[in-house]
Ligand binder design. Structure first.
Ligand SMILES: [Fe+2]
Ligand SMILES: [Fe+2]
Length: 265
């Protein structure tokens, strides 16, 4: 299976911090069209827009339509801290929700189960995962016990560096950890976005990965003084190859130029 994981396009009518989020998102989609049309699933893990307006969601939808991706690659969407759940639902009437109206749902593919989570709480950049969402999540994990499970969420469920500098990660880290520990045998990978950095690793026996934003790529810092930084560096999205016994994550820096391919002999 080939899966595309793109995050944080931050679409807006206006240019944000000197970077055209619409243009970069279009370039990412064009790169996908040129190189990865054989993918089976395309996921955008939140911060679809920067201010969550209906206008911004319309622009996002128009870009998707203009780029004419095949139906199977219409992106599965979740929301991030920059999104607005009410406006999202008005714009994407077909996206499923859980019984409490959170944008949480599952998709089955062969023996795999993909679980999409909603960690948005209005008026804050931190991630929230209330008891109602936790209950739904555990229930879906229980139902998928005979499957390989893959989780998509916007916020990082663990601190990616110093704990004190992760105020905008998931707040309910302990509650989330308890759930993961119960099902870590079945959960094969955790996908998230939010921090705009390329990062991967392992948590509670589960591997994880996150691409940069297609809009504004950030770089990590390893001191207590700074959280993250901007730099003249590439945005990207991830291409994930899932086989019987492996999962490989490639980062596609879609603005790259002057490629010289080595031919297979
Ligand atoms: Fe973001
Ligand atoms: Fe975010």
């Amino acid at each position: 299976m080939k899966l595309l994981h793109l995050s944080d396009p931050h679409i807006e009518p206006d240019i944000l911090h000197g970077i055209d989020s619409q243009l970069r998102f279009k370039k990412a989609l064009e790169h996908i069209k040129k190189n990865h049309l054989d993918s089976d699933l395309f996921v955008i893990s939140g911060d679809i827009t920067h201010f969550g307006s209906e206008d911004a969601y319309k622009i996002f939808l128009d870009i998707i339509k203009e780029e004419r991706l095949p139906t199977k690659l219409f992106p599965k969407l979740i929301i991030g801290n920059h999104d607005n759940r009410v406006n999202f639902k008005k714009s994407f009437t077909k996206t499923k929700t859980d019984e409490n109206g959170f944008i949480q749902y599952t998709e089955a593919f062969e023996n795999k189960l993909f679980i999409f989570l909603d960690t948005n709480k209005p008026e804050t950049d931190s991630g929230y995962f209330c008891e109602n969402r936790q209950r739904w999540f555990e229930n879906e994990l229980k139902k998928g016990i005979d499957k390989s499970i893959y989780i998509f969420m916007h916020h990082n469920p663990l601190a990616l560096g110093d704990k004190n500098s992760d105020k905008i990660g998931l707040i309910q880290k302990d509650e989330f950890k308890k759930i993961l520990l119960k099902y870590n045998k079945n959960i094969k990978h955790l996908f998230f976005g939010h921090q705009h950095i390329t990062v991967s690793g392992q948590y509670l026996g589960i591997t994880f990965s996150s691409p940069r934003s297609t809009w504004s790529p950030l770089v990590s810092n390893f001191s207590n003084k700074y959280r993250l930084g901007t730099a003249n560096t590439d945005p990207n999205y991830n291409v994930v190859l899932i086989k019987e016994n492996s999962l490989v994550v490639h980062s596609e820096d879609f603005l790259k130029t002057d490629i010289n391919w080595f031919e297979n002999e």
